[in-house]
Ligand binder design. Structure first.
Ligand SMILES: [Cu+2]
Length: 116
């Protein structure tokens, strides 16, 4: 009995392999969409989701090794993300609208989230 519990805990801790992203507590709903930073761009540049869904910003090391941030510029947007690298950060969008954001480390590195 106790051995079975220990085994399941061990398996849970090892699950996911190399994916270090935070675990979605409800995989069916809401949905989570990944936005990557391949170089000094956000991809996809324009991410469309439904209200209540999440964006997982998968922020990698930038070519200049400074990392990236995500700074929103409109009301109703989730909290900004400070400069990070090699990290995934989840943000929930509970308000419909278009939410542009920028990385202030790299001028011109812009994106938007469209919430239907
Ligand atoms: Cu950047």
């Amino acid at each position: 009995m106790g051995g079975a519990v220990l085994l399941s805990l061990t398996l849970a801790a090892c699950g996911g392999g190399g994916d270090s992203a935070p675990t979605d507590p409800n995989p069916a709903r809401p949905d989570t969409l990944d936005v990557f930073t391949p170089g000094n761009v956000f991809s996809p540049t324009s991410a469309e989701i439904r209200r209540g869904d999440l964006i997982r910003f998968r922020i990698s090391e930038s070519p200049d090794r400074r990392g990236h941030n995500v700074i929103f510029s409109t009301n109703g947007a989730p909290a900004n993300i400070p400069v990070v690298k090699d990290t995934s950060v989840l943000r929930t969008f509970n308000t419909a609208g278009t939410f542009p954001y920028t990385c202030t480390v790299h001028p011109g590195m812009d994106g938007e989230v469209i919430v239907r």
